[in-house]
Design a protein around this ligand. Structure first.
Ligand code: PMP
Length: 446
């Protein structure tokens, strides 16, 4: 369907305040199927970012729409101060996916899931008589959300500095960015160093003041920074040793993106709290969750009524969103999408490997079906490629029918990582198209 787009675009510019990106003419997406989106002018693009890293099962799944519709007809809303069947079923299913015993608190967005995690962690320590534990440690370059606590946990100056002061008590440490490790350190040594720096921070801050460490299994939005397994496993050991809760943000890495059901399944981990959103519904409806280990949840159940978790979320765990999420997980299981993600990611990586010879490509990183290509002025100095040239790559891909992302931190001078996070359902032809288009675009850059 081609629309008369002049009017639509003029109204869009006038009335819609867009997220994040500069004010100007936007693509108005009108239809989507599989990995492909169509705009109001009839142009088709392969969506190499699955929207905002979220449309894991791909577009156009009618059975998901039907699951939501059926639920809306039967019982469209009831708050989780009481309960409803879709929430119970989904929480049980998430336990199966997590492979452990977790109590699940539902919200609507990743930011809210992280806020709930911070509040649960602080209250948990108070109920254990450790009321000085209020600080959280996270990494520079990580993104954890847009609200005053989750943004405080975020380690990207560009998203924060106009809105400060944010929630107090958040401390940042160096991410395990192996590409920029000090000379003479192996990847494994450097990753261990980064983990031990967290232990040092806990001790310097006073271990009795630290409530939690929050991290993604691999930093996604900050430029696809994939840790060596020793890093994650050391961090978990350190958390356990110092009585600090280990919070894993699976908002992007969860639901098959990493090649496993959850990103942390790529390591030998059992987090205390797991936060999730995006791929939970593949973006079809808003829903997020904070899964908390039963032992921690038990400490809340034992308390007197006024000491319960005083946190409510009107729309959190909406029945239609839960019913749709269940269908989403059913599709992922039926089509074995986590396994397919690993296969497609490794094929795409192999296809892109020749790009490592390109003078502007410094590093190629992958976590399942999420890839980052770090662009530099020259390989030796690793100076980030100038923003206008990075923008040219994005525009070049778009003109060839491929939408990709770009992530990093403008303020810190790193906004030079091309990102790819396609729907996990991408066909072999889709994967081939992504590889070919990127290679052609990079060739044209020189
Ligand atoms: N955590 C991570 C790792 C994210 O990437 C995001 C969003 N990009 C969030 C949290 C926040 O999610 P939301 O935008 O749904 O609030």
């Amino acid at each position: 369907m081609t629309l008369k787009t002049g009017d639509v675009k003029a109204k869009d510019r006038r009335y819609v305040w867009h997220h994040l990106t500069p004010y100007g003419e936007k693509m108005v997406v009108t239809e989507a199927e599989g990995c492909w989106v169509t705009d109001s002018e009839g142009n088709r693009y392969l969506d190499g970012m699955a929207g905002l890293w979220c449309v894991n099962v791909g577009y156009g799944r009618k059975e998901m729409a039907e699951a939501a519709y059926e639920q809306l007809k039967t019982m469209p809303y009831y708050p989780l101060t009481q309960s409803h069947l879709p929430a119970i079923r989904l929480a049980e299913k998430l336990n199966e996916w997590l492979g452990g015993e977790y109590a699940v608190f539902f919200s609507n967005s990743g930011s809210e899931a992280n806020e709930a995690a911070f509040k649960i962690a602080r209250q948990y320590h108070r109920q254990n008589g450790e009321s000085d534990r209020y600080k959280f440690i996270s990494r520079y370059r990580a993104y954890h959300g847009n609200s005053m606590g989750s943004l405080a946990a975020t380690g990207q100056a560009q998203r924060k500095y106009r809105y400060e002061p944010l929630g107090p008590g958040f401390i940042h440490v160096r991410p395990p960015d192996s590409y920029r490790r000090p000379e003479g350190r192996s990847v494994e040594e450097f990753n261990r160093d980064c983990a031990l720096a967290i232990e040092e921070t806990i001790l310097w801050e006073g271990r009795e003041t630290v409530a939690g460490v929050i991290m993604e299994p691999a930093i996604s939005g900050g430029g696809v920074i994939v840790p060596h397994p020793v890093y994650m496993e050391e961090v978990q050991r350190i958390c356990r040793e110092h009585g600090v809760l280990f919070i894993v943000d699976e908002v992007i890495c969860g639901f098959g993106r990493s090649g496993q059901k959850f990103g942390h399944h790529n390591f030998n981990l059992r987090p205390d709290i797991v936060t999730m959103a995006k791929g939970l519904t593949s973006g079809y409806l808003p829903l997020s969750a904070t899964a908390v280990r039963q032992e921690i949840y038990d400490r809340f159940k034992e308390q007197k009524e006024y000491q319960h978790f005083r946190h409510v979320n009107t729309f959190g765990g909406n029945p239609a969103a839960c019913a749709l999420a269940l269908k989403n997980l059913e599709i992922m299981e039926r089509e074995r999408l986590p396994e397919q993600a690993e296969r497609s990611g490794s094929r795409l990586e192999e296809d892109l490997l020749p790009l490592m010879e390109h003078p502007r490509v410094g590093d190629l990183r992958r976590f399942g079906f999420m890839l980052g290509i770090e662009l530099v002025e020259e390989k030796a100095g690793k100076k980030p490629l100038a923003p206008d040239r990075v923008a040219r790559v994005l525009a070049g891909c778009k003109s060839r029918g491929l939408l990709i992302g770009k992530n990093g931190d403008t303020v810190a001078g790193f906004n030079n990582v091309l990102t790819l996070s396609p729907p996990l359902s991408a066909t072999d032809e889709d994967v081939e198209f992504i590889g070919n288009t990127l290679k052609q675009t990079m060739e044209a850059l020189e």
